[in-house]
Design a binder for this molecule. Structure first.
Ligand code: GLN
Length: 441
């Protein structure tokens, strides 16, 4: 813990939180004492980990990398984080990210852009960029990101680590600051499938504080070592044949397909919705939900407040000054699609498309065990570029958002390239993606 903390002090792309440092050292001393006493310790006991700064951890700041909440202290601890604490893991850092999860580059933050671990001129990816970089650079053993439309999987791909978006509802969202509640997922990032398995098992389970959670079976170590029940995989033809895909990403993906065929697995081409439909469906719903979720941030109950003539003016100036441009773009867009005259035309259409996307997946999983996809159509941009073109940034989410809308378990595995490979299975079949990841190793 001490070693990792000393590394973090040099790490400018982190919210190093001194309150957290003291807590970490206290907890580490307890584990040391146990070891000195000859007591056996648990698998996660004493393991230092990072937390995307959107999770409540009582007594520490939870800023969502935003100006509005930069002085906000968590009043309680998120269920997923509490389970890790109960298992003895030690949080050492609240990690830099796109503010409220709004972004794909970790540049929408008051703490400065997160630099890519492989090439510091490029973005770290987002929104869980700090989490992916910390794992890639061995500053943390694992980190807990949040994935609404790709925020764990995409930075994992950009930094060559593993990142899982579990089935929606497998892990409680209680204490995760809500972005788009209908697709928000808690997701671990780590350097091995085994670490992902252990952390996933620890955080999973039904929670009365999140009614979308369900009870899941523990994934045993042995059960993910044998992939003989995986016979057929598929991929979306239109993703790979799209004009928007980077030539290198396409070549890497097709090489992977050949490798899989050579291992005796059948590979099928599948039909799917076009990227622009996926991206517009996701952003319609995500913006609507975030406009609603962030309406509570008016400077009254949480975070900083700017006083003005009256209450209404105070709300307006607090929100205008303290939300970032990207966050305001989403709130304005979200309120528009929810407003009278637009909601039937846009929001309800988004909901219908989401159902159609889920049905498409159900059909696919009657035919194949796993769906493969590149994580992104494009390579990580240079720092500064995404800010100039928000629409291009939204389009870079084309390959991750569909799986979010479908509530499916999806894992990014590193490929030694800049973007990684995504493995997806049917709902509640998180075990199968871990199995296939081991098989591909
Ligand atoms: N990049 C996507 C967005 O900005 C996904 C973000 C996320 O998963 N939190 O909405």
């Amino acid at each position: 813990v001490q070693e990792k903390l000393s590394l973090l002090k040099e790490n400018t792309h982190n919210t190093v939180n001194s309150l957290l440092t003291d807590l970490a050292l206290e907890r580490a001393a307890l584990v040391d004492a146990k070891i000195a006493n000859g007591e056996t310790i648990g698998l996660l006991e004493g393991i230092p980990f990072g937390i995307k700064d959107v999770y409540m951890l009582q007594g520490t700041y939870t800023t969502a990398s935003s100006d509005l909440l930069k002085n906000y202290k968590s009043a309680y601890t998120a269920t997923a984080i509490q389970k890790l604490l109960d298992a003895g893991a030690i949080p050492i850092v609240k990690e830099n990210c796109d503010s409220f999860g709004h972004g794909s580059s970790s540049e929408n933050t008051i703490f400065g852009a997160v630099k890519n671990a492989v090439n510091p001129e490029l973005v770290g990816g987002g929104s869980s960029g700090g989490s992916a970089v910390n794992v890639a650079k061995d500053y943390t053993i694992f980190s807990i990101g949040g994935d609404t439309g790709g925020s764990v999987r995409q930075p994992a791909g950009y930094n060559n680590v593993y990142g899982l978006k579990p089935t929606y509802g497998r892990i409680s969202r209680y204490g995760l600051m809500a972005y788009a509640s209908s697709t928000d997922c808690v997701g671990p990032l780590a350097k091995s499938v085994e670490d992902i398995r252990i952390v996933l098992n620890t955080m999973s389970g039904k929670d009365t504080k999140d009614q979308t959670t369900y009870t899941s079976k523990t994934i045993e170590e042995d059960s993910i070592l044998n992939a003989s029940n995986i016979k057929t995989v598929g991929y979306f033809k239109n993703f790979i044949e799209s004009e928007a895909i980077d030539a290198q990403i396409k070549a890497d993906f097709l090489a992977t397909i050949e490798k899989i065929k050579a291992k005796g697995i059948e590979v099928k081409e599948l039909d799917f919705f076009k990227s622009d439909i996926l991206v517009s469906t996701y952003y319609t719903l995500a913006m609507a939900e975030t406009a609603s979720n962030l309406s509570r941030l008016d400077g009254t109950n949480y975070g900083d407040r700017i006083e003005d003539k009256n209450l209404k003016e105070s709300y307006a100036i607090t929100r205008s000054e303290k939300f970032s441009e990207e966050t305001k773009r989403r709130i304005v867009g979200g309120n528009q699609v929810l407003s009278q005259g637009f909601s039937d035309e846009i929001y309800l259409k988004g909901l219908a498309l989401r159902d159609a996307i889920s049905e498409n997946f159900e059909k696919d999983f009657e035919e194949v065990d796993i769906i493969l996809s590149p994580v992104t159509p494009s390579r990580p941009p240079k720092i500064g570029d995404s800010l100039k073109d928000p629409l291009a940034m939204y389009l870079s989410d084309a390959y991750t958002v569909g799986f979010s809308l479908g509530h499916l378990p999806t894992l990014t595995i590193p490929q030694g390239t800049e973007t990684g490979l995504q493995l997806t299975a049917a709902k509640n079949n998180d075990e199968l993606v871990l199995k296939f990841a081991n098989f591909l190793k």
